[in-house]
Design a protein. Structure first.
Length: 117
């Protein structure tokens, strides 16, 4: 079946292809799409391989700095201890890890398949 005829039949039935599939099916941007998918997969692979190392460093640093802040800054009450700076450092380490996970989720998104076939 010809591509234009198939589009007309689908339009009459009320079935719409997602814009990405429609643009790829047109043939003009197929190479751009393929190159983007290769780059996206490579970036995703690097981020996934680096995630355990990032987690093994940032999460214990955040926990230990929070623990030290609670002990020296609040329980013992040392006036020279930078309690708010250490607390901000602890929260900052966790936020940095969450930003890394957010960056990973940007490159790992899958196309939606909620259209009718």
């Amino acid at each position: 079946m010809d591509l234009q005829v198939e589009k007309d039949v689908n339009r009459q039935r009320g079935v719409h292809a997602p814009p990405l599939v429609a643009s790829v099916a047109s043939g003009g941007s197929w190479t751009v799409f393929a190159v983007w998918q290769v780059i996206r997969c490579a970036i995703c692979a690097v981020l996934v391989l680096g995630e355990p190392v990032i987690r093994a460093v940032l999460v214990p640093v955040a926990f230990l700095s929070f623990l030290v802040t609670m002990i020296f800054g609040f329980l013992l009450g040392d006036p020279r201890f930078p309690r708010w700076g250490m607390l901000a450092f602890s929260v900052g380490a966790l936020v940095l890890y969450w930003l890394y996970l957010g960056l990973m989720s940007l490159f790992m998104t899958l196309p939606s398949h909620d259209y009718q076939r």
